[in-house]
Write a protein of this length. Sequence first.
Length: 202
Amino acid sequence: MAIRSDTAPAATHGRAGVRRVARRVAITDAIVVGWAVLGAHLLRFGQVPNSSDAVTSSLELQYTWVSIGVVVLWLAMLRLHAAYDPRMFGHGTQEYRAVVTATFRLFAALAIVSYLSKIELARGYILVAFPLGLAALLLARRVWRVWLGAHRSRGEYADHVLVVGDAAHLSTLIRDLRAASDAGFAVVAAACSDAGETIDGI
């Protein structure tokens, strides 16, 4: 068996680097959600939340606290649905699906709680915060994905991997992995059963 390696593997930050990216994405999400909720409040009530702002009709609950609660719950739902799992970043639809699922479930829960507790949340407030926040979250994720993909195409923020097999299959596998660089796998070595064979790209 022959083992061949890339003599000059590109610099990579691996999974630890992606975890740092996840923290930046979480900060971006917090800013996006905060602005979406604030924007909904301003469009619906025409004022910055304060101690004398509008109240819900049944329990006299101030919308300042409603807005703060929505932001906190929204971010908690994103984390609960693994929206910051480094394994989902940069490739596939799972990342977007986690954001959409968390958002829909949050506002479905708010609607149920509002109905059962007789807290009449303003429809205009919800109808602005929900689509605006979701669209902004997905746009922010797209921007981060493009950024991460650009770095991964240079071998950064990717895991070093060893591929094993015969030369005929390894060449295809290595080519496919490098073509899908946004998946976060950087091939740096190959263990080949065909001793003496040259493996394309290694």
